[in-house]
Design a protein around this ligand. Structure first.
Ligand code: GLC
Length: 700
């Protein structure tokens, strides 16, 4: 308990005292609430997704783990309270590291309050596949933006003395057949896309745990993948924490142990008695077992969960709701605003139609192991994943904003009634949703059900129609030219309706920008049809006799997201980095300093942004780089950005430093990052397809 020693020294002291049985206890779980083999120790669980026993005689606590992507899970079954924050993709739309920190800090406080000391969050698999049911739980398509936001989230979550993590390492980019999918991707593309997001998250957040994924990577399951776990994560990146498997993602004892898996969750199929036998038979060297244990102990000392034992306390509900609304306001993207549709003028508007399923009472949330339980509800069983709606009412929030207006609601299913109300109202606001979840992908990017039809009908009845999207990620919009306003609210959290109303009525000026491209149609995607395992292959997996891994060839390689659409010169519906404001901005004075003048970083960009509109706002100035043709890279890549708040008429100079790695390519033969000599272009502007400022510089 000598806190003047390093986590490694303290781990070493404990390791010396442990018996073999105690070492084994530390490297596996005691079962999970989803069923399957559990030990009597399950009674010691705090009710989370899983837990591992500690060693009480040596003061080593149990690890009480909880799913907490956008809020602390299982509050219903445990009779507790959790705040639901906007989705993780929504949190990426604010491009704001400080907001990401607030996000992680709130969840860390609520985890501690409820009696947990380890978080199962930090999902940062890239949105390589637009139909991935878990895109809402991740951080979009650009590795630098994704890694930065998730890094600040986990950094500030751990500041609350929580053992934080990043997941699902790696290339768990689709849910269909996730247990048997083998993600096939060249090493250079792997390092510059999916793994770069984890690398940046690691550098910024220093998570003490990584969860390896269900899928394979280039032939080996993630949780027994020597290259991903030992070579890259532990050796190259110097990761000092431990790798735990996804629930049921462990597939061997000696192979997984040698490849770098440190802990099996949720139970002990391979790392319990089987591991003890393997050590006694000499199949697993004691030194290897000791390294697994040392890493777990180092993480427990380093994260503070030993020095700050769990003391439950009452969640600060009011504080959580204010933070959730504030974060949602920064995440809502204004995609279209014509005919002066927005903001609505509370003093002048006379009649408003609010239309859409549940828009009178609630907003949708993301499903699966990220699911947060709304206050006043009970948890639907995991087996039949339900659409969970949060009791935050768009209708009530809008009516409260416009006391002088006649605000009426129509469910939407009754098309004649909905169109009649729209026709007789000054403005029609249609709330539509796309529910997404773990363990499934969406069949296409269309809004489910007849929602496209509903929007078309309402817009035909009233051209002043505003669409509010409650979607997991990108959706197609066949009606995009028929409505006057479009707002992407994502899964907006416990106070989503107030946040949306504050944006619609202009109490908050939207500042968010898309962390994911909205394509025109699936036909434009790198894979118009998803590659999914055949029913026989899936059945074999279900029957516990998984066949060979099922290849998904990500042959688009480096061209993830906007890089694909740029390289293929395809039009998009709304580009990566796009978002409107109620004011306007202009850009000027771009300068780039490199080498010595840039203080050792690869380059420093300075420019001026002016608020040319009539009200204050916050602009996200985005910096993209084009590498020399010899680098063989897609046309543009995001290399930095700056959020700048400006009063009407105000001009500010912003400065963006570009990390050397962000201007590099991964050289497979040298097995390292390198900068290609040549002429580079720097482009700056409001989105990946609106870059008015450009300059070039030479790197030697
Ligand atoms: C799930 C998810 C993972 C989650 C874990 C525990 O299958 O893939 O994200 O943390 O199991 O619920």
């Amino acid at each position: 308990m000598n806190t003047s020693l390093t986590p490694d020294q303290r781990a070493g002291l404990v390791l010396k005292e442990l018996t073999l049985d105690e070492k084994i206890l530390l490297i596996h779980g005691q079962g999970s609430p989803f069923g399957g083999p559990v030990s009597p120790n399950i009674l010691l669980s705090n009710g989370g997704d899983g837990f591992s026993l500690g060693v009480p005689r040596l003061g080593i606590p149990a690890l009480q783990m909880i799913g907490s992507a956008y809020g602390v899970r299982f509050s219903a079954t445990n009779g507790r309270y959790s705040t639901a924050l906007p989705s993780n993709l929504a949190s990426t739309a604010n491009w704001n590291p400080e907001a990401a920190c607030e996000y992680g800090a709130l969840i860390g406080r609520e985890e501690r309050a409820q009696g947990y000391n380890m978080s199962l969050a930090g999902g940062v698999d890239l949105a390589r596949e637009y139909r991935n049911g878990r895109n809402f739980e991740y951080h979009g398509e650009d590795p630098i933006l994704a890694g930065t936001i998730v890094g600040h989230r986990v950094r500030c979550e751990q500041d609350q003395h929580i053992l934080g993590e990043l997941k699902h390492y790696a290339v768990n980019d689709q849910e269909s057949g996730r247990g048997i999918v083998n993600s096939v991707l060249g090493k250079r593309a792997l390092r510059e896309t999916d793994l770069l997001a984890f690398e940046i998250g690691n550098e910024i957040g220093h998570p003490w745990a990584y969860m390896c994924a269900y899928n394979g990577i280039n032939g080996d399951y993630s949780c027994e993948n020597q290259y991903a776990l030992n070579d890259v994560l532990k050796k190259e990146w110097g990761f000092q924490g431990f790798v735990l498997s996804d629930w049921g993602g462990t597939h061997s004892t000696a192979k997984a142990s040698a490849a770098g898996l440190d802990m099996e969750q949720p139970d002990e199929g391979f790392y319990g008695a089987a591991m003890k036998k393997a050590v006694q038979d000499g199949k697993v060297p004691m030194a290897e077992l000791d390294d697994h244990v040392r890493r777990i102990l180092r993480a427990e000392f380093g994260s503070g969960i030993i020095d700050y034992p769990i003391h439950k306390f009452v969640v600060n509900v009011e504080e959580g709701l204010v933070i959730s609304r504030h974060l949602a306001e920064q995440s809502i993207v204004l995609l279209k605003n014509e005919l002066g549709a927005l903001p609505l003028d509370a003093a002048k508007v006379t009649s408003i139609a609010v239309i859409g399923e549940h828009a009178d009472e609630s907003m949708i949330s993301g499903g699966g192991s990220a699911q947060v339980d709304p206050e006043g509800s009970f948890a639907p069983a995991w087996e039949n994943p339900a659409h969970v709606w949060f009791p935050t009412s768009p209708f009530k929030s809008i009516a409260a904003k416009a006391p002088h207006a006649q605000v009426k609601f129509q469910f939407g299913a009754n098309l004649p009634a909905a169109t009649a109300l729209a026709k007789s109202s000054q403005v029609a606001i249609v709330f539509v949703h796309q529910w997404t979840s773990e363990a499934m992908d969406v069949p296409n990017l269309s809004l489910p059900g007849d929602q496209d039809k509903l929007i078309e009908a309402v817009a035909a009845a009233n051209p002043n129609t505003i669409v509010v999207l409650e979607t997991g990620a990108a959706v197609t919009m066949p009606w995009v030219n028929k409505v006057s306003g479009i707002v992407e609210a994502w899964y907006a959290g416990s106070k989503g309706a107030d946040a949306v109303a504050n944006i619609l009525f202009g109490d908050v000026n939207p500042s968010a920008k898309l962390p994911i491209t909205f394509p025109v149609s699936e036909a434009d995607l790198p894979h118009p049809q998803m590659t999914v395992p055949t029913p026989e292959v899936v059945k074999a997996e279900k029957d516990g006799k998984p066949g060979p891994l099922f290849d998904v060839n990500y042959d688009e390689g480096l061209k993830v997201g906007y890089k694909w659409f740029d390289a293929e010169k395809k039009p998009v519906l709304f580009p990566f980095g796009f978002g409107l404001s109620y004011t306007s901005y202009s850009y000027s004075g771009l300068k780039v300093a490199t080498g010595a003048q840039a203080g050792g970083t690869a380059a420093t960009v300075t420019l001026s942004v002016k608020n040319t509109g009539s009200r204050a706002g916050t602009e996200i100035a985005e910096v993209y780089a084009t590498l020399p043709a010899s680098a063989g890279e897609p046309p543009n890549r995001l290399v930095g950005w700056s959020r700048v708040s400006l009063k009407s008429g105000e001009t500010k100079e912003v400065k963006v430093t570009i990390e050397p790695k962000y201007l590099s390519i991964f050289d497979e033969t040298a097995n390292g990052w390198k900068q290609v000599p040549g002429i580079y272009s720097i482009r700056v502007g409001a989105s990946s397809r609106d870059l008015p400022l450009v300059t070039t510089f030479a790197l030697q």
